[in-house]
Design a protein around this ligand. Structure first.
Ligand code: SAM
Length: 246
């Protein structure tokens, strides 16, 4: 199955979506920021795919010097519009390249965003470039989902009702290809205004594959948790927080 013909990652992070992400919170931001602050040891820190600053802004507010990389001018514009957003240096580019000078005590990529790199080669390249920008005792933190939920899908796909209102129905449509480790998804809005699509494609990886990417880049797994509050990682964990270093 070819993954969504004509898809470009930028389609997932245009102006409409950036506005939606502006105030999107998951509820575990406080714990995530405390976890990262401890590893950053005042920094400098670099967030790959910084987005609208959900994590970077509160981390910077705690005295950690934070820089960012992101590919979407619309997401960066939302970051800039927030208090403190002007003080963060953001490089526009592909985070697989880690297109920044210098070395960081902490580099992190959260909210499954590693999987927005659509090939294994790009994901490995990301690890190699991260390793080149980490200080000797620096940490690379990856937060991602555990793909176990895919085992429970019927026919490797689902359609989920996200909202059913009198004037709008929103559906989440997803299909999985085990052979390519690709997930194609679209959030579909149906209303009198018409049909709106929000496509997104991911290449997922199991934690074990991510650990091997780290080893290819000369890094090793130092810690793995099931959540930002250092919950135990076990077979019931839906996400993992993995910390890599030399
Ligand atoms: C789900 S948002 C997460 C934003 C932020 N890290 C957070 O946790 O709120 C994903 C972000 O990844 C960025 N992105 C996706 N692919 C990228 C790439 N190849 N290089 C740089 N940024 C990318 C998008 O523009 C978007 O801002």
């Amino acid at each position: 199955m070819p993954a969504m013909k004509d898809y470009e990652p930028m389609m997932s992070f245009g102006e409409d979506i950036a506005e939606m992400y502006r105030d999107a919170l998951r509820g575990d931001e406080g714990a995530a920021v405390a976890f990262l602050e401890q590893l950053a040891d005042r920094g400098p820190a670099l967030e790959l795919a910084i987005g609208t600053g959900r994590i970077a802004l509160p981390l910077a507010a705690r005295g950690v010097h934070v820089d960012g990389v992101d590919i979407s001018p619309a997401m960066i514009a939302q970051l800039r519009a927030k208090p403190g957003g002007d003080e963060i240096s953001v490089t526009v580019g592909d985070f697989a390249d880690v297109p920044v000078p210098g070395h960081y005590r902490l580099i992190f990529v959260v909210w499954n965003t590693l999987f927005n790199l659509l090939t294994q080669e790009d994901q490995v390249r990301c690890f190699e470039n991260v390793a080149a920008h980490l200080t000797e005792n620096g940490s690379f933190v990856v937060e991602a989902y555990v793909p176990a939920f895919l085992y429970r899908l019927r026919n490797d796909q689902y359609v989920e009702a996200e909202a059913i209102q009198v004037n709008e129905v929103r559906l989440d449509v997803l299909r999985h290809d085990m052979a390519t480790q690709m997930i194609e998804e679209s959030h579909v809005s149906l209303s009198a205004a018409g049909v709106r699509l929000n496509p997104v494609v991911q290449r997922y990886a199991w934690p074990s594959e991510i650990d091997l990417m780290a080893r290819i880049a000369g890094l090793r797994l130092k810690q793995r948790w099931g959540g930002w509050n250092r919950e135990r990682f076990d077979s019931t964990s839906s996400i993992h927080i993995s910390v890599y270093g030399r």
